[in-house]
Write a protein that binds this ligand. Structure first.
Ligand code: IMP
Length: 468
């Protein structure tokens, strides 16, 4: 494989593909089942890529995470922030499916649905797996209390989004205290489950808060609320796995939308500063209920730099009050690097290609989508991490190590390169990009060893160079 972009541009060549070629090109390259997932710490711009590709597929399926995710899509100058609903909902008429691997906070979901409805979005395509787990009020309380307990123990807190994600997945694994979406439609069973669980949760969370009897739940009130969620969401609830497998069996094309990202994966991320679900491409088969063979291609979405929200090590972080801090500030402003879910300012750093290489290998990424390239436009000099050195001078060069403790002991190896040397926001073909920007993309492709399929040069759907 050539590592130069013009070598991977396909039949359309340097003039750039036409609309018709794009449809056919992206269709052929991505296959019938494509996964779109993040290669860094989240917020890479997956929502934009899913939105862009959604009209070439027959359904979009979310397979993991919950309201901790925040996907921003800009259409016609309007900005949509989605947390639980697949970004594919913005393509009316397609099934937008929430798979069993997702944990659903019904209050968030109903609020999000209402927010879309009032803006005239057709949400009739929404389908929700009966096997997805429900985030209940005690999950959010436990999330907050556990973070406080970590801080009080003198340990760095995880910095969760506070959306109850970890406790909801923990109950899923524990089984006896879990509630699934299907249970919301069975009032008697729901009452039994809430009854037996609320007293236990009250006792455990009171202990966690350090005050006996401090936490109590009004089971009758919660049951009424939860039954209301069931009535509101009931028409959308289904066996989502069967729905998606049926679509694939009939020759349909399905896009699997990952939330959070590889370095937040519960097994393979920078543990313990991770989320609680399987974010990598393999999670799509489990969380959507489809065979592995359905996953024909994997689009790895990455920013042109690094960001991270919450705690945990990020070795290429730009921080301090000096020139580095100023670069971080500039990137944060231009990239609007504030959490979609929590509004927290995101930590900013140089692009870590060792990390991206690790992530791409884990998921068998078949093409890269490089996002937010325009944000780096004003910088005269850029640094990119291409590997790591072991602790202490002269240690052997190493790849990215996900374990947070071990990673903290490694030193990034940087390559310094010149800036882009011109504007990128108006580019619609590779040839429109200044030479410095093309060199940056070449470096990414060479270091990761995966062809670039798309480059985003601005928030709008149209501000995308497609190379699939
Ligand atoms: P949780 O998923 O709320 O438990 O948060 C665990 C960690 O993952 C925290 O550092 C969060 O900031 C981070 N996190 C979870 N989801 C996202 C996401 O979609 N984008 C960025 N960070 C996330």
């Amino acid at each position: 494989m050539s590592t130069h972009l013009h070598g991977t541009q396909g039949a359309a060549g340097a003039r750039g593909p036409t609309g018709a070629e794009l449809q056919a090109g992206a269709g052929a390259a991505l296959g019938r089942g494509a996964v779109v997932m993040g290669l860094q710490w989240g917020d890479e711009g997956k929502g934009k890529i899913v939105d862009l590709l959604a009209d070439r597929f027959d359904a979009v399926v979310r397979y993991n995470g919950g309201a901790n995710a925040g996907h921003t899509v800009t259409v016609g100058g309007e900005r949509f922030a989605l947390h639980l609903i697949p970004s594919g909902i913005l393509r009316p008429g397609k099934p937008a499916v929430i798979g069993s691997g997702v944990v659903i906070d019904p209050e968030w979901l109903l609020k999000e649905l209402e927010g879309l409805r009032v803006r005239g979005v057709d949400v009739s395509g929404l389908r929700i797996s009966a096997a997805a787990h429900v985030v209940l009020p005690w999950h959010k309380d436990e999330d907050r209390l556990r973070e406080g307990w970590l801080r009080a123990s003198g340990v760095e807190a995880i910095g969760t989004t506070g959306r109850g994600i970890g406790p909801a997945y923990a109950d899923k694994a524990l089984r006896g205290t879990a509630v699934r979406v299907g249970d919301l439609l069975r009032p008697e069973l729901l009452a039994q489950k809430l009854e037996r669980t609320s007293a236990l949760k009250g006792a455990i969370l009171s202990a966690l808060s350090g005050q006996a009897g401090a936490v109590r739940y009004d089971t009758a009130e919660l049951h009424e609320r939860a039954a209301g969620w069931g009535r509101a969401l009931g028409p959308s609830v289904c066996d989502a796995g069967e729905l998606v497998r049926g679509l694939l069996d009939r020759g349909g094309r399905v896009l699997f939308e990952g939330a959070n990202a590889t370095l937040l994966d519960v097994d393979h991320g920078t543990y313990p500063f991770v989320t609680s679900s399987t974010t990598i491409a393999a999670g799509a088969a489990v969380g959507a209920g489809v065979p592995m063979s359905a996953l024909g291609s994997v689009v790895g979405v990455m920013k042109a730099y690094s960001t991270r929200v919450g705690g945990g090590v990020m070795r290429t972080e730009l921080e301090g009050d000096d020139a580095e801090g100023a670069i971080a500030h500039g990137i944060r402003q231009r990239g609007r690097e504030y959490g979609t879910t929590t509004g927290r300012p995101r930590r900013v750093g140089w692009l870590d290609l060792a990390a991206v290489r690790y992530s791409a290998g884990l998921s068998g990424v078949t093409s890269l989508a490089v996002m937010l390239l325009d944000v780096l436009e004003p910088l005269d000099t850029l640094r990119v991490c291409v590997g790591y050195r072991g602790a202490g001078a002269g240690g052997p060069a190493a790849g990215f190590v996900p374990d947070a403790w071990d990673l903290g002991g490694l030193e990034p190896e940087y390559r310094q390169i010149g800036g882009f040397g011109g504007a990128v926001g108006g580019a619609r073909r590779l040839a429109d990009l200044p030479a410095g920007a093309r060199a940056y993309l070449d470096l990414i492709q060479e270091q990761v060893g995966v062809p670039i399929g798309a480059v985003s040069v601005g928030p709008e759907r149209t501000q995308t160079i497609e190379l699939w």
